[in-house]
Design a protein around this ligand. Structure first.
Ligand SMILES: [Zn+2]
Length: 349
C-alpha cells in the first residue's frame, strides 16, 4: 500500500470514516505534567489562547512526513532535560491550542488528563481548568489523582469533582506521584481510588511504563506492568486504561515480555484496556499486532507530541498490520473510547 505513508492521504481516509464515527483522543495533557504549572496569561487577541513567556503561537500544520529523530537513549535523559522539554511543549495551552490540534487531525474530541505531584495541586488544577477549559462537550475534563488525600477521603473528593466539574475520568501517574503499586501503601491507595471510580462509573487512566530521568530513581519504574500487576483492578467495575500499553520508554525486547504480562492482566480483568499513546513505531506495531482490538483506545499524549502526528503514526501502523483497518480504526478510536464514557454524560457527536 505505497500511498499509506502520505499523512494527507491517511488523514483523508480517516476523515471520511470519522464523519460517521466521531474519533476521540483519550490522552491529552492540558498542562505540563512535570510541574503542573498553571501560570499562564490569556492572549487578548486570540480567544482561548493562553501563553507563558514571549514566544509566538503557531497553529499546527501537517507535514509531509511523520519521521522524527529516534528518541534519546534512556541513559542520556536527565531530570533537567525532561523539565526543559516539558516546559517547551507547554509555552502555550488553552482551548484554542487543543482544538486547533484536534481540527488538523480531524478528531471530534479529547479527554484532558492533568497530573498533580504535590498535595493541593489537584485542587488547584481543577479550579484553573474549570476556568480555562470550560466543558464544551469537546474537551472533556479529567481529574488528577489528589496526592496527600488519605484513601478513605478519595471517594468524597472524586464525588465532589464529579458534581461540581462534571469530570469524565481520573488520571494517575504512579511514577510522577511516587505511588508504588508494589508497596502496601501504594496498592491500598490505588485500590481506594478504584473503589471510588467504580462507584461513580468513572474510567481511570494509569500511566503505564517507565519515566527515564525522573528522580528519585526508584520512581521511574512504578508504572511498569511488573508493578501494575500487583493491583486488583477488579475493585473498579468501570474501565481502567493502561496508558502507552504499559510500554512507555521500554525497549523492544522488554515490550515483547511486557505484552505477555498485559495479556494475562486482560484475561484476569475484563475492565482493563490500553491506550496507544506516544509509542515509537516498532512498539506501536507490536501493540497493534498483538493486542485485542476490543481492548485498545487511541490516545496521542499531546502536547508532548502533536495530535496529528500521533494520529498519522497510528493510522499508518494500523494500515500496515491490520486485516480490516477501517473496522479496527472505528473500534479503537471511536467505539471503544465512547464506550468507556457512555454512561458518563457523553455528549460528543
Ligand atoms: Zn501522558
Amino acid at each position: 500500500m505505497p500511498e499509506s505513508s502520505d499523512p494527507h492521504i491517511l488523514l483523508e481516509w480517516a476523515g471520511d470514516v470519522g464523519e460517521t464515527f466521531p474519533f476521540l483522543d483519550f490522552h491529552v495533557h492540558p498542562f505540563d505534567v512535570l510541574t503542573g504549572d498553571t501560570g499562564y496569561r490569556l492572549d487578548d487577541q486570540v480567544q482561548g489562547l493562553y501563553y507563558k513567556g514571549s514566544s509566538v503561537y503557531h497553529p499546527p500544520r501537517v507535514q509531509a512526513s511523520v519521521e522524527r529523530p529516534k528518541t534519546s537513549p534512556a541513559s542520556s535523559i536527565t531530570l533537567r532535560s525532561l523539565l526543559l522539554a516539558s516546559r517547551l511543549a507547554y509555552t502555550h495551552t488553552g482551548p484554542k491550542v487543543l482544538t486547533d490540534q484536534l481540527d488538523v487531525a480531524g478528531l471530534a474530541g479529547a479527554l484532558l488528563l492533568p497530573v498533580a505531584r504535590t498535595p493541593g495541586a489537584a485542587e488547584n488544577l481543577s479550579q484553573v481548568s474549570a476556568h480555562m477549559f470550560p466543558d464544551d462537550g469537546r474537551l472533556l475534563p479529567g481529574c488528577a489523582f489528589p496526592i496527600g488525600i488519605p484513601p478513605d477521603k478519595l471517594g468524597s473528593f472524586f464525588r465532589t469533582a464529579r458534581e461540581t466539574r462534571g469530570i469524565r475520568a481520573i488520571k494517575l501517574h504512579p511514577n510522577l506521584t511516587g505511588v508504588d503499586p508494589l508497596t502496601e501503601f501504594g496498592r491500598d491507595l490505588i485500590e481506594a481510588m478504584l473503589a471510588a471510580a467504580g462507584s461513580l462509573n468513572l474510567p481511570v487512566v494509569m500511566h503505564g511504563g517507565r519515566t527515564p530521568g525522573l528522580e528519585p530513581v526508584a520512581c521511574r519504574e512504578y508504572g511498569t506492568l511488573a508493578h501494575l500487576a500487583n493491583v486488583d483492578w477488579s475493585v473498579s467495575s468501570a474501565p481502567v486504561i493502561i496508558a502507552h500499553g504499559g510500554l512507555y520508554h521500554v525497549t523492544e525486547e522488554e515490550a515483547i515480555a511486557a505484552l505477555d504480562v498485559l495479556e494475562r492482566l486482560f484475561e484476569r480483568y475484563p475492565n482493563l484496556m490500553a491506550d496507544t499513546s506516544n509509542l515509537e513505531p516498532p512498539i506501536l506495531r507490536l501493540v497493534l499486532e498483538k493486542v485485542d482490538r476490543n481492548r485498545l483506545i487511541f490516545g496521542s499524549d499531546a502536547l508532548y507530541i502533536p495530535i496529528w502526528k500521533s494520529w498519522v503514526r497510528f493510522l499508518q501502523t494500523l494500515r500496515l498490520v491490520s486485516q480490516h483497518p477501517e473496522d479496527d480504526l472505528i473500534r479503537i478510536a471511536s467505539l471503544n473510547p465512547i464506550g468507556c464514557l457512555i454512561d458518563n454524560l457523553l455528549d460528543i457527536g
